[in-house]
Write a protein of this length. Structure first.
Length: 315
């Protein structure tokens, strides 16, 4: 049984005339007649008394009319509710970022902005374990609407975002700084550059992370040669930080991630400013996204960042 057969029957019961019901249902009279017959075959009873003028309902037809009206109303209401749910889902922007940037920016910056401007945002928590290249793919394939990530011209995975189909807002600047635990004398446990005889234990990033190619290239350009021996590799800055705090070695971390640890002497810088590596934090989007709420949200964020004096855009 099809729902449209019910509406056909309801129209026929109301007009008591096949041609008028067919016109109301925007079908031909033979089509309407065939559907009513199919409905009667399905129910196993005659619903329309075709021997009267105007047409009348049989006793079974009278009972069926009440049920048909209820079923049709329930179907319309359910369809309306499903459309409303779909509309709500479509209005929510999908956000992806690394674990470090999620901890630093989602609750303190992006979520308050979404509430302030009335644009709901959903976070794909799976993105906190993505490799760097996954973010470009996810945005390209429409799996997310917004990507917050580190940027530097030497982060080769991000070169995919240089395509004219993307645009970005610069949220703020940051830098990678060399960090170490403190010794018993409350002094840095390790100091760059180390020596060839006593290289420093180095907590590095995995090859597929955002920061590994940038750090590798930058260390090759420093005035002094760092003497490091890699003892561990991690995908996430928070994991590198945990290893450093446990005194396993020296490593580079985003300064915003460790400001509090530096302030309260839980970590220390392992070198001076020559070892620092500048970074930007950018919010990316696909320029031609069809999400209705993306453009107005983007403009709100652009205006806020311009007010804060941090904005740089590419479009």
């Amino acid at each position: 049984m099809e729902l449209r057969w019910l509406d056909d029957f309801i129209a026929l019961a109301r007009t008591r005339h096949f041609s008028r019901a067919a016109e109301e249902r925007n079908v031909t009279q033979p089509t309407l007649s065939r559907r009513i017959k199919l409905l009667e075959d399905e129910m196993g009873v005659t619903l329309i008394d075709r021997n009267t003028l105007p047409l009348s309902l049989t006793p079974a037809g009278e009972i069926f009319l009440s049920g048909a009206e209820n079923m049709s109303r329930i179907a319309r209401d359910t369809k309306s509710q499903c459309r409303e749910i779909r509309k709500q889902v479509d209005s929510r922007l999908r956000f992806a970022t690394t674990q470090t940037l999620y901890l630093l920016f989602y609750r303190n910056w992006l979520m308050p902005a979404s509430e302030r401007h009335g644009f709901p945002i959903d976070l794909n928590l799976n993105s906190t374990s993505w490799a760097a290249s996954d973010f470009v793919s996810a945005l390209t394939q429409g799996q997310c609407d917004l990507v917050l990530c580190y940027w530097h011209p030497l982060i080769n995975f991000i070169q995919g975002f240089d395509d004219p189909g993307f645009e970005y807002l610069v949220v703020c600047d940051d830098e990678l700084v060399p960090v170490t635990a403190l010794g018993e004398d409350n002094q840095p446990l390790f100091r760059l550059p180390g020596t060839s005889r006593n290289p420093l234990p180095y907590i590095s990033y995995h090859n597929s992370s955002f920061l590994r190619p940038l750090i590798d290239h930058s260390l090759q350009q420093t005035a002094e040669t760092p003497h490091l021996v890699t003892i561990n590799e991690n995908m996430l800055s928070v994991s590198v930080k945990a290893m450093i705090k446990e005194s396993f070695g020296v490593g580079w971390l985003p300064k915003r991630l460790i400001n509090e640890s530096l302030t309260y002497n839980r970590l220390a810088l392992a070198g001076d400013a020559q070892w620092n590596i500048p970074l930007q934090i950018r919010l990316y989007r696909l320029k031609d996204s069809h999400r209705a709420t993306l453009d107005p949200f983007w403009e709100k964020m652009r205006a806020e960042l311009q007010t804060d004096g941090l904005i740089e855009t590419k479009s």
